[in-house]
Design a protein around this ligand. Structure first.
Ligand SMILES: C[S@@+](CC[C@H](N)C(=O)[O-])C[C@H]1O[C@@H](n2cnc3c(N)ncnc32)[C@H](O)[C@@H]1O
Length: 268
């Protein structure tokens, strides 16, 4: 019989103080030193994309890797990355944002099959950027012009016939298929996304995309980072609030490697 089991069971609590029952932290937790704590990469940060993206690379991408950022935008992700550590290719649908000056659609990339270690994807995540009427584009009232400029070129984007939230998903799905083609067998696919409420419906975009990537493309979902913005999100024309206003977004990390664990899919 073990020592613990031999101990007398206490049924009379008159001599037992609360302090006797308190779990002593240092007996059950391994404490990290201050330095270890600083080095540890966490799953959530109140920080900018440019601060979180280097951590994603540090944890998931080897130095010397070949990386294609296929929605380069203003290159914010790379602001705090030493470009000498990787071989980076960058492109965007908007030729003004493509460092080469060429318009490159993330759904039709100019790379060979099985040629890249990493693909980075961050297309417009909100259905407002795909609206047919230019006046109705997100940020179209002039108040969020800078935001709009970062996310689209201010033009209605080609959605191949899809509308609203489905148009958002469509780009992620088609770009995912294309990333799968150009990635090496052990490649890593990093995406940035944010959930949205569209037509009064909660759309958990990061889950919808993950279901497609796991179910249709056999990606393994290796990690998820949450980025929480430090300032308040913009509010326009709010009546009665129905859903929590989103102030967080995700970096999702998917792996091609067939030796990786497999996600369990629940189908019924
Ligand atoms: C959220 S911004 C990207 C921001 C970028 N990650 C950065 O660090 O600055 C979205 C970008 O996707 C581009 N885009 C939209 N549709 C695209 C497509 N089909 N192929 C490539 N780029 C696209 C837009 O022009 C825009 O620059």
């Amino acid at each position: 019989m073990s020592e613990t089991a031999e101990r007398e069971l206490i049924t009379d609590f008159t001599d037992v103080s609360m302090d006797d029952l308190k779990v002593k932290h240092d007996t059950v937790q391994t404490k990290l030193t201050g330095q270890e704590e600083n080095e540890l990469i966490l799953s959530a940060y109140v920080a900018r994309n440019s601060e979180v993206f280097p951590k994603v690379l540090e944890l998931h991408v080897d130095n010397g890797s070949t990386i294609a950022d296929v929605t380069y935008g203003k290159g914010v992700f790379w602001k705090n990355v030493d470009l000498g550590d990787y071989e980076v290719y960058a492109s965007d649908l908007d030729p003004k944002k493509s460092p080469s000056g060429h318009s490159v659609d993330c759904r039709n990339l100019p790379y060979e099959d099985n040629s890249l270690d990493v693909v980075v994807l961050d297309p417009p995540y909100a259905e407002g950027f795909f609206r047919k009427n230019k006046e109705m584009l997100a940020g179209g009232d002039g108040s969020h012009q800078q935001f709009r400029e970062s996310y689209s070129n201010g033009e209605v984007l080609d959605t191949n016939g899809s509308k609203y939230h489905q148009a958002v998903l469509d780009v992620y799905y088609k770009a995912g298929i294309e990333a799968h083609r150009v990635l090496k067998e052990d490649g890593t696919f990093i995406i940035k996304t944010q959930d949205e409420v569209s037509a009064n419906t909660q759309e958990l975009t990061h889950i919808q995309i993950t279901n497609f990537y796991e179910g249709e493309l056999d990606f393994y979902t290796k990690d998820l980072f949450v980025t929480v913005r430090s300032n308040k999100p913009a509010v326009s024309g709010m009546n009665t609030q129905v859903h929590a206003r989103k102030n967080h977004s995700f970096f999702m990390i998917y792996e091609m490697d067939t030796n990786d664990p497999v996600n369990v899919l629940y189908n019924d």
